[in-house]
Every structure is written in structure tokens, then in C-alpha cells.
Ligand binder design. Structure first.
Ligand SMILES: [Zn+2]
Length: 297
């Protein structure tokens, strides 16, 4: 009898989970100001968040215009020229002083999804496809090894790739240069096993714990370091779950996303049903307000 009852409870719970996914954001305006207030303390540790340093974006090209290919190479090659100078304040396209890009540098908004690929990646890809939205995926090497077909799907859909280290070592940046270089190279090599000609122009340190050494090595390997300016903390599953998490993500993204934002979310690293539920509502909303872009390669 207890077993039957448990089964019934389980059925109710899974039905609720399905409903939660289907529900998306709670209707109405961003309701909880307190969530907004918490977003700072609940954010990832490290230096990935904040700031207004722009990415060198090859012109504010409208979505759909294709010739965005090469100009970034010259932009990324220049920092050495201004080494000893104080952080220059020339143009808005100047590289950020710490080498970490946290905004798109123009009015566009970039959605970024970390810690995949994982079991939920195809569903998130489908959601993006349905809305005609391109994004950026920061991939973990061991997950690439497990789900190479999802890396292929990400590339096929026209999204941008980002190296998120081999196994998400949040203190990798404090290790020796050789260790860091080997980790990033191994990760990129694994991505290239899945998609031989994949472009990997970005690096995001786990937890946003960039160090100057890690940023430099990433640059040596042809990758720009990207942080974020909006963190809805969908990774913090100890703090929120279910509809509460969904609402938190909705509220945080709605309150904080503005022209130039780089938004951090996750397609891997655990159950992403709350993230998917939130973006089911958020994607059309964001698309209506902003030009959403994959970071340029
Ligand atoms: Zn991560």
C-alpha cells in the first residue's frame, strides 16, 4: 500500500515537473524585487561578471547579414601594441584592460549557454531554432567527448563555440601555464574531433575565475576571454528549484538585460528544465526587444 501511495506521489510530482516546464515564466511583470537584489550575492564567484568592456564587434550588422567573418582577427591581434600604456580609452572597441569581454560592444545581446553539451542541449537547440535565434555555447571537454553529435548540431545550427575547459576546474587559472595550455588545447582538440573545422574563438573560465595567465594563454591559442553581464544563477540549484527557479531566471533576465548584455545560462551541468521553462517565455520576449546574436567568429 505505501508503495502504491509513493508511486502516486511520484506521478503527481512528475506531472508537476512537466507542468512547470510547460508553464514558463509566471505571467505578469517581473514580480520579485528581492530576487533582483539577491542577484549579486548569488552570482558566480570570480571576475566573469560586471563591467562594461565591449567585445570587438565587426560593425553592428543587422542579423542575417553574413560577411562578419574575418575582421575580428586584426582587432584581436593588437593588444600587444598598447602593452605598457595605461588602459587606453580611445574607442569603444578598445580591448578591455583585463582582456575579459563582458558586453557585446553594441546594441546587440548575446545569449551564452555553458557546461554542455548535455542531455538537454538538443531541446535548447530546438527552442533557439524555433525562434530563429543564434547563441554561443561554452563547451566542457569531457561532455564534448560524451556528446560529439550535439557539438555537430550546435555548429550546424550556426551557433558560436567557446572553450570552457576540459572538466570545469574552477581553479585551473591558478595552475601552471603548461597545465592551463594543455587543458585548453585538449578541449579544443576534442571539439575538433567532433567538428574538424570548428571555429573556437572564445574562452570562458569556469566560475568566471579568469587569471591573467589563463587569459593570455587563451589569447595565444586564438581565443578571446568572455565573461558576462547578466547572471540569472540558473546554476544555483541548491538555492532554487522548479517554478521558483524558473521565475527567478525570468525575473533576473528581464530586469538586467539591456543593449550590449552578454547573458549567462546553462544547457549542461544538471537538470535544465527550469532554464528551458524560463527561456520558453524569455526567448520571444528578448527577440522582440533586442537583436540577439551569436558572438562573432
Ligand atoms: Zn561553467
Amino acid at each position: 500500500m505505501p508503495r502504491l501511495r509513493l508511486a502516486a506521489v511520484g506521478a503527481v510530482i512528475s506531472a508537476a515537473a512537466v507542468l512547470a516546464f510547460a508553464a514558463g515564466c509566471d505571467s505578469g511583470t517581473p514580480s520579485a524585487a528581492s530576487w533582483h537584489a539577491q542577484s549579486g550575492s548569488g552570482s558566480y564567484p570570480g571576475s566573469g561578471q560586471g563591467g562594461g568592456d565591449p567585445i570587438a564587434h565587426p560593425a553592428a550588422a543587422p542579423a542575417g547579414s553574413t560577411p562578419a567573418a574575418k575582421p575580428s582577427a586584426s582587432a584581436s591581434a593588437s593588444p600587444s601594441a598598447s602593452t605598457s600604456a595605461a588602459p587606453s580609452v580611445s574607442a569603444s572597441t578598445a580591448p578591455p584592460a583585463d582582456g575579459i569581454i563582458r558586453t557585446t560592444g553594441d546594441a546587440t545581446v548575446a545569449l551564452t549557454f555553458d557546461d554542455g553539451p548535455g542531455p538537454d542541449t538538443p531541446k535548447i537547440l530546438q527552442m533557439l531554432r524555433d525562434q530563429g535565434i543564434k547563441a554561443t555555447f561554452c563547451l566542457i571537454g569531457v561532455n564534448v567527448q560524451e556528446y560529439p553529435q550535439y557539438v555537430q548540431a550546435i555548429v550546424k545550427d550556426g551557433h558560436t563555440l567557446c572553450n570552457h575547459t576540459w572538466n570545469h576546474d574552477e581553479s585551473l587559472g591558478k595552475k601552471s601555464a603548461d597545465v592551463i595550455r594543455a587543458d585548453l588545447q585538449k578541449t579544443s582538440d576534442e571539439i575538433h574531433k567532433a567538428v574538424p573545422d570548428a571555429q573556437i574563438k572564445y574562452f570562458r573560465h569556469p566560475g568566471g575565475n579568469f587569471t591573467p595567465t589563463a587569459v593570455q594563454i587563451a589569447s595565444d591559442l586564438g581565443m578571446k576571454s568572455i565573461g558576462w553581464s547578466v547572471d540569472p544563477s540558473d546554476w544555483n540549484t541548491k538555492k532554487w528549484s522548479g517554478q521558483q527557479m524558473t521565475n527567478h531566471i525570468c525575473s533576473n533576465v528581464r530586469n538586467n538585460t539591456k543593449p550590449g548584455s552578454i547573458v549567462l545560462s546553462h544547457d549542461g551541468g544538471g537538470d535544465r528544465s527550469a532554464t528551458m521553462a524560463a527561456y520558453k517565455t524569455l526567448l520571444p520576449e528578448l527577440k522582440g526587444k533586442f537583436t540577439l546574436v551569436a558572438l562573432p567568429v
